[in-house]
Design a protein around this ligand. Structure first.
Ligand SMILES: [Zn+2]
Length: 490
């Protein structure tokens, strides 16, 4: 056995992570204290204590750390990542105006490439080994090729969810060039999957039928923003169901403002919800529906949505989901004078949603999402000996959900390949990514002009009405002035 050097991982040698706390995320969420995980080729060969390993195996010391499956994000608009943080103070309406109505068309193929590249690297750095690229900025096939080029340039696992907000799905999905693109770029690889991404408006004519039929013809899943306040609603779900287009492979993003009947239809057809709690809490799609999904026994995965607002790691998604679920449970109880003494949503559940839940949503539950012999080797080690927040690790699920951060991601393995080790990304030229992103920001900023650029980032704040107060206000201002003046004369 050898300790890893800079080039140790380049020749496909087996890798063993030694002595970590292993969250297997198997069917019973088994935790193995001080266990080893052996990776040979692109699969997990063995999991257990003090494993014997083949000659030439590279050893990674995982003691004091947590080994878990690579996290899976089922809904991320990667093309928007070059606008990181720009819309931090937006509502969903402001987002729609900026991207759908005013500036989405400004993005060139190279801008989609730049956003995807940055997003892909960011995801891997944070231990998100599989990402669904909910790519609804594909105005032309050139944009789509640019999106895939970027995903193929980064050694992660991705799913292109093809969409185009500049045209109806019945238009872009039925164009011959769309099918040619799919056949040209996708070949059933486990590393690059495909979905179709479009929303169902609830129009009684159900114009989206044509796009669903294309998806059925290609045998690819559909992902759709469902239950988004002011945009999509129960009519869309009902139409999908009545026309026979709700399938076990369908992913319903947000699914926040839906009624009992819609949740029943999702549950009965075996669909999956992609919960983006951090987004739902901010933007206004509706209250993060984990409480309703629990009541209807619906499959859950997690997502972060878009870096134009939110953080691109699933630690934040897990934390936001726990917070939203628990806040709602307490608030509802308090309104009827009751006290919650035991919480429904537990940290091991959100870790499962961030891993296994995503794998099942993508139809890969038999290959991904757990650390078991024979699974594809997407493995993350959380360990940071320099961090005072990484010890003691008493409750490993709680530690992942509430204590760990992206800086604690020590090692990332995708498909058996070590792509991050000792907190350093391997073989990824971040300065080249930065150059592309800088060029995109420069392009967008000059297209918008400085005034529109600044105004877009700083939306107006509504007036806060101070409530009438029956008590007499203390005159803080004049008493403070008096005190300081008195101090000076002394
Ligand atoms: Zn979205």
């Amino acid at each position: 056995m050898t300790a890893p050097g800079h080039t140790a991982f380049e020749n496909g040698r087996p890798v063993v992570l030694r002595g970590g706390t292993v969250l297997t995320m198997d069917a019973t969420r088994t935790v193995l204290p001080q266990a080893d995980v052996l990776v040979v080729g692109n699969t997990i060969a063995e999991v257990g204590p003090a494993l014997a390993v083949p000659d030439g195996t590279v050893e990674i010391d995982a003691t004091g750390g947590i080994v878990m499956p690579g996290m899976i994000d089922t809904h991320r608009h990667m093309w928007q990542t070059a606008m990181r943080g720009y819309g931090a103070d937006w509502t969903l309406t402001q987002y729609f105006v900026w991207y759908y109505l005013e500036h989405g068309k400004t993005f060139r193929p190279e801008d989609v490439h730049a956003g995807n590249l940055l997003s892909a690297v960011e995801a891997l750095d944070a231990g998100v080994t599989t990402t669904v690229d909910w790519s609804h900025g594909l105005q032309t096939i050139d944009h789509a090729d640019a999106a895939v080029d970027a995903l193929e340039a980064v050694p992660g696992r991705f799913v292109l969810a093809y969409g185009n907000i500049q045209a109806g799905p019945w238009e872009w999905a039925t164009a011959p060039e769309f099918k040619r693109f799919y056949e040209r770029r996708f070949h059933g690889s486990d590393l690059l999957g495909f979905q179709m991404a479009f929303d169902v408006t609830g129009d009684p004519e159900f114009p989206e039928r044509a796009a669903f039929e294309v998806a059925r013809g290609l045998d690819v899943p559909v992902t759709t923003h469902a239950g988004v306040w002011g945009a999509t609603n129960d009519d869309g779900i009902r139409l999908m169901h009545e026309h026979g287009f709700m399938a076990p492979s369908t992913i319903y993003v947000h699914a926040a403002t839906l009624n009992h009947d819609s949740y029943n239809r999702i549950a009965a057809t075996g669909g999956h919800v992609s919960l983006a709690s951090e987004s739902e809490e901010t933007c206004g799609q509706g209250y993060p529906p984990s409480w309703a999904l629990r009541a209807h026994d619906i499959n859950v995965s997690l997502s972060m949505d878009t870096s134009v607002w939110m953080s691109g790691d699933l630690f934040s998604a897990m934390r936001a989901t726990l917070g939203a679920d628990r806040a709602r449970e307490h608030l509802e109880a308090h309104q009827s004078g009751e006290t919650i003494t035991q919480l429904h949503l537990r940290s091991d559940q959100v870790v499962e949603w961030a891993t296994r839940g995503g794998a099942e949503a993508l139809g890969m539950g038999d290959r991904l999402g757990s650390i078991e012999a024979g699974r594809l080797a997407d493995v993350v080690l959380l360990k940071n000996d320099a961090s005072p927040a990484m010890f003691p690790i008493l409750n490993p699920f709680g530690h992942v959900a509430y204590q760990a951060q992206r800086g604690d991601v020590h090692t990332v393995i995708v498909d058996g390949r070590v792509i991050k080790h000792d907190h350093q990304l391997l073989g990824i030229d971040l300065s080249a990514v930065r150059r592309e992103v800088d060029a995109t920001v420069e392009h967008l900023r000059s297209e918008l002009g400085e005034e529109a650029w600044q105004h877009g980032m700083n939306p107006d704040i509504p007036e806060t009405k101070i409530l009438d107060n029956p008590y007499t206000y203390t005159d803080f201002a004049s008493s403070a002035t008096h005190d300081s003046a008195a101090g000076k004369t002394e």
